[in-house]
Ligand binder design. Structure first.
Ligand code: FNR
Length: 330
């Protein structure tokens, strides 16, 4: 891969403290297994908003898949479908959502609400018409994160011939994705009015925001710091999860992403209250290496690794995993 693009995928904001801490935080945690639980008939199937999945591991929304592989987002969708899970299509996808939907599914659609409400509504309708089953509204990006690797490389635009295809307006012109610092809870209410799809907020770290999300009728929250690409110094997601799960109190599903690389990471996240997890960079790496098959194998491997860890920890089902199975090391 072009090293500039590799840095775009791998990098984070600022000094990349949060990027690193998302991973390091898992290393500070230990599993306290249960024994003699007869876990021979394990079952990892998970249902989210009526969609049955083979695994609680989903594909996080990430931009620009055509920079990783000529199959682009369609290849990722095909791989995710083969693994029996959901791909969240990024608003910054380099292929149209309709084309991605032909290659795979189930899909959810990630939205950065744009200052232009009419255009935002048109994008939501397009995602609905393509068959996307939920809307993932990214709320950690009122302004764009300062990604120093990209700044050093001067990487600001896609190469000629590539575009954010879901940003085409009625005239066929591709709009830039605007970060909107005027975004507030009123806009979530507005989205609720214009779509019947379940709405998840992605980028929740503070338990007070999780409570507000429930009060505003949101259907799910994703504990995320955007893979360390927005606010550097933000809390690692696995450290933020317990308080968010407690604030939500089981009223809506809580998902988490950031730094999940192994089955034991998934196990810890589920034990700390996540209904499911999402992975970003591992999917991009797998896509770059081997297209749709790479994505499928990556997701299957992570799922098999989770299954193995669950057997060793004494859990048959994700629901058997509880917070007492996880302790801070030391
Ligand atoms: C992202 N992420 C992201 N999130 C989002 O809401 N919309 C987007 O377009 C993107 N684009 C994007 C590009 C790249 C290259 C990366 C690495 C990440 C964030 C993503 O959804 C997720 O929160 C993190 O990637 C999770 O962390 P890990 O699994 O990469 O450690």
């Amino acid at each position: 891969m072009n090293p500039v693009h590799a840095d775009f995928f791998a990098g984070g904001a600022g000094a990349e403290r949060t990027l690193r801490d998302n991973l390091d935080a898992y290393h500070r945690l230990r599993i306290v297994p249960r024994v003699l639980r007869a876990t021979g008939d394990r079952d990892l199937r998970t249902t989210l908003f009526g969609t049955r999945l083979a695994t609680p591991v989903l594909v996080a929304p990430t931009a620009f898949h055509l920079l990783a592989h000529p199959g682009g987002e369609a290849a990722t969708a095909e791989g995710a479908a083969a693994a029996g899970t959901i791909m969240v299509v990024s608003m910054a996808a380099t292929q149209p959502v309709e084309r991605i939907a032909e290659a795979g599914g189930p899909l959810w659609f990630q939205l950065y609400p744009q200052p232009d409400r009419e255009f935002t509504a048109a994008v939501v309708k397009r995602a609905e018409a393509a068959g996307c089953r939920a809307l993932v509204v990214t709320v950690d990006s009122p302004v764009f994160g300062r990604r120093e690797r990209d700044l050093r490389h001067g990487f600001t635009d896609l190469p000629a011939g590539l575009a954010c295809e879901n940003m085409r307006d009625g005239t066929g012109r591709v709009r830039d994705i605007a970060m909107d610092a005027t975004l507030g809870w009123d806009r979530i209410g507005w989205l609720r009015e214009i779509t019947g799809l379940p709405i998840l907020l992605k980028g929740i770290l503070h338990p007070a925001d999780a409570r507000l999300a429930v009060e505003h009728g949101v259907d799910g929250v994703i504990v995320s710091n955007h893979g360390g690409r927005q606010l550097d110094g933000a809390l690692a997601t696995i450290d933020a999860l317990p308080a968010v799960a407690e604030a939500v109190g089981g009223r809506i599903p809580v998902l988490v992403d950031g730094g999940i690389r192994r089955g034991t990471d998934v196990l810890i996240a589920l034990a700390r209250g996540a209904a499911a997890v999402l992975v970003g960079r591992p999917v991009l790496d797998a896509l770059a290496q081997n297209g749709a098959d790479g994505v499928r194998d990556q997701l299957r491997t992570l799922t098999a690794d989770l299954d193995h860890a669950m057997a060793l920890a004494g859990a048959k089902r994700p629901a058997d995993l509880s917070p007492d199975l996880v302790r801070v090391a030391g």
